[in-house]
Unconditional design. Structure first.
Ligand SMILES: O=P(O)(O)OC[C@H]1O[C@H](OP(=O)(O)OP(=O)(O)O)[C@H](O)[C@@H]1O
Ligand SMILES: O=c1cc[nH]c(=O)[nH]1
Ligand SMILES: [Mg+2]
Length: 210
């Protein structure tokens, strides 16, 4: 993937995203749609995975058929909302290792507060796909990528549902080597750091906590 930002404009993604943005969507609908979109975003973020071939026999003849090269993948969820993307991607890549970075945004300072960090061993040899539905100021995702790089990672992609221009710029400045895949580049942040038009607080909508 050479582009720093890829917006997945596929009609199914855009339709489902609109249903999610609607404040009338129930917690259950929101969660189901996020899971469905996560698989469509995964299709895009994994398009450069390396292939090799394996000899198999179809009912008709032998062939050398493509299979994933098996370069080690790890999915990293930024808690809590990242888990809404994680499950769907894991269904597509069931053998992936999984790590968690626990961060919440201080409502006043908009700075991330870390409360958890648990990742698979050997990060230096893995391709990491970091998932979090919201890239707002970018403070959380930049902090998560900082922590992962400090732990040895050097091959990281970032998947989100919505990105604000401010967050994309911040990530590009801090981590120009980390490509971003998103369903939408929204307009801007409001004075409280929420994405506009956005969809509100992803974690609260997904888990019904507000
Ligand atoms: O780009 P930023 O300005 O840092 O904002 C984005 C972060 O905010 C949300 O998490 P939140 O702090 O609400 O935690 P939660 O997932 O537990 O709800 C979201 O899931 C991101 O992690
Ligand atoms: O709009 C926003 C910004 C940060 N986190 C969210 O969940 N939503
Ligand atoms: Mg939240």
């Amino acid at each position: 993937m050479t582009e720093h930002l890829t917006i997945v404009t596929h009609p199914l993604v855009q339709h489902k995203l609109t249903l999610m943005r609607d404040k009338k969507a129930s917690t259950g609908e929101f969660r189901r749609l996020l899971r469905e979109i996560s698989q469509l975003l995964a299709y895009e973020i994994t398009r450069d995975l390396e292939l090799t071939t394996r000899g198999i026999e179809t009912p008709m003849q032998e062939m050398e058929a493509p299979v994933l090269k098996g370069k080690k993948l790890a999915l990293i969820s930024i808690l809590r909302a990242g888990n809404g993307l994680l499950d769907g991607v894991l269904e597509l890549i069931p053998s992936a290792r999984v790590g968690f970075v626990g961060l919440y945004r201080d409502e006043k300072t908009l700075q991330p507060v870390q409360y958890y960090f648990k990742v698979p061993e050997g990060l230096e040899d893995r391709h990491l796909i970091v998932v979090d539905p919201m890239l707002a100021t970018g403070n959380s995702s930049v902090a998560a990528v900082d922590l992962l790089k400090q732990a040895g990672a050097n091959n990281i992609s970032f998947m989100c549902l919505l990105a604000a221009p401010e967050g994309v710029a911040r990530m590009k400045e801090a981590h120009p080597d980390v490509p971003i895949v998103t369903a939408s580049l929204d307009e801007r942040l409001n004075e409280k750091g929420y994405i506009l038009p956005g969809l509100g607080d992803a974690g609260d909508r997904m888990f019904g906590t507000k």
